[in-house]
Design a protein around this ligand. Structure first.
Ligand code: NAP
Length: 453
């Protein structure tokens, strides 16, 4: 193997950081540069995991481990294709690992989808997780919300909408988000699946948590079937949890959770904003495809969240499969129409599609890294011929942020948390983040400034 091989990782989320950890473990010599558009590492752990799922936030300690090594550097505020190109990375490194996640979402393709009040769950999640790109979300006129999709993202957004303010008050949500979620009057949340409960992809722990929220009356709009023959444990447990929920009677509920299966959206109705959704009852045809029965019903709703799956976004200068929404690869080695592209690798959702929990990325990243190190060992990778990221960025007059800058953001968030009696309060705007990076302190008002309520 060459001395001091250099690897660039594009994306500092769980898959990229697990890849960095596997590289450090697999080679005593490798130098790793991790690039991210944001000055904050941890990707979907920070901006996708629901803030009330605090136990998962412990994973951050594991993901941070590679940054303790002097063989790892962090380059925040660096966007591929804008600040540095894929070509420059290919020339500057023995290997490049794309770990860009799935930054877009699927669409329903129904009339009215772009009305105000209809948005992707991804945008809603970004808002309550304090992502600096997120648009503020007003819930002022929302009495009923509908989520499409019956996976864990739908469960997350439904739970956040239905949760009692006390449950959210100990999270790291930005103050403005917390205030909006504490003040709203959403009384009905619908979770709508186009197939049956036996086909739903949510996991039982998450489902049970939703079905047993304090002060929330579950309303099941379909009979829950007996366990299908050969059903796996998760499906049997899900059906059991749904049957139990059908029996649950909540005293003086503050809201209702409607679970409606075998329905698909055909139209969102409204003039400028959504006022209702039109659903069509569904069944399966002989080949198992979802088909409409023609029977329709109308559900009033002022907020519609589509939680029907994320989608990978093309990375400039990197092959992309638009059908699958991933970087085409063979066991993590990037390929294009002409064949292999030695030195380019992929991990995480941009490799395998938007499925699996944070931990799934560990084995996935390890598998790609095993291939990378084997290729390096076998001398299959072209030697670097150009400058590394630090030199390219300096030459271009671009100032990347460092891990120390992130530590300052981290400390500011924890200090804000102390003031509000919470573990942390996220810094949620670009100007506040970049002020902390550039000047070591917030210049403008922070999202969380002001006195605790
Ligand atoms: P998902 O599990 O794939 O669920 C997507 C849902 O959307 C499915 O119910 C799917 O139904 C439905 N759907 C797709 N296209 C549709 C359409 N055109 N019309 C109506 N419904 C449609 O994905 P996800 O919920 O986005 O979650 C992504 C991954 O992150 C999953 O692996 C999930 O477990 C994980 N995650 C985990 C947690 C947690 O552990 N707490 C939290 C959030 C996310 P069909 O099955 O009929 O296609």
């Amino acid at each position: 193997m060459r001395e001091h091989p250099r690897v660039a990782i594009v994306g500092a989320g769980p898959s990229g950081l697990y890849a960095a950890g596997a590289l450090l473990k697999g080679s005593g010599d490798v130098r790793i540069d991790i690039l991210d558009r944001l000055p904050t590492p941890y990707g979907l752990l920070r901006y996708g995991v629901a803030p009330d799922h605090t136990s998962l936030q412990g994973i951050q300690r594991v993901l941070a481990e590679p940054f303790a090594s002097d063989r790892v550097r962090f380059f925040g505020l660096v966007e591929l294709g804008h600040d540095i190109t894929a070509d420059e990375l290919r020339r500057g490194y023995d290997a490049v690992v794309y770990a860009a996640g799935a930054a877009e979402d699927r669409r329903l393709d129904v009339r009215g989808e772009d009305l105000l009040g209809s948005r992707s769950a991804r945008e809603f999640v970004a808002w309550y997780c304090g992502h600096p790109d997120a648009e503020p979300q007003s819930l002022a006129d929302v009495e009923a919300a509908v989520t499409f999709g019956v996976g864990n993202v739908a469960v997350d957004v439904a739970r956040i909408l239905l949760a009692a303010p006390e449950r959210l008050a100990t999270t790291d949500m930005p103050e403005a988000v917390l205030a909006e979620l504490a003040a709203h009057r959403v009384a009905d949340v619908w979770v709508v699946g186009r197939r049956g409960p036996e086909h739903a992809t949510f996991t039982t722990t998450e489902l049970r948590e939703l079905l047993t929220l304090d002060g929330v009356q579950p309303v099941l709009h379909d009979p829950i079937p007996e366990d299908p023959e050969g059903a796996d444990r998760r499906v049997r447990q899900n059906l059991g949890a749904l049957r139990a929920a059908a029996e649950r009677v909540v005293d003086a509920p503050h809201a209702r959770l409607h679970l409606a299966f075998w329905r698909r959206p055909v139209e969102l109705v409204g003039v400028t904003g959504v006022r209702a959704v039109v659903l069509e009852r569904t069944g399966l045809d002989s080949s198992g495809r979802v088909v409409g029965t023609g029977e329709r019903e109308v559900v009033p709703a002022q907020l519609v969240l589509r939680a029907i799956g994320y989608r990978g976004k093309p990375l400039p200068g990197v092959p992309f499969d638009p059908e699958a929404g991933v970087v085409p690869n063979e066991a993590g080695r990037v390929v294009d129409a002409a064949g292999a592209r030695p030195g380019e690798y992929v991990v995480g959702w941009i490799k395998r599609g938007p499925l699996g929990v944070i931990g799934t990325n560990k084995s996935d990243a390890a598998a790609t890294v095993t291939g990378l190190l084997a290729d390096l060992e076998a001398g299959l990778l072209p030697a670097p011929m150009g400058p590394d990221a630090a030199e390219v960025l300096t030459g271009r007059g671009r100032a990347a942020s460092t891990f120390a800058d992130w530590e300052r953001i981290d400390a500011a968030e924890q200090a804000a948390g102390e003031r509000f009696g919470r573990p942390r309060v996220k810094v949620a705007t670009w100007h506040a983040l970049t002020d902390l990076v550039r000047h070591g302190r917030p210049g403008g008002p922070l999202e969380h400034e002001g006195d605790p309520a």
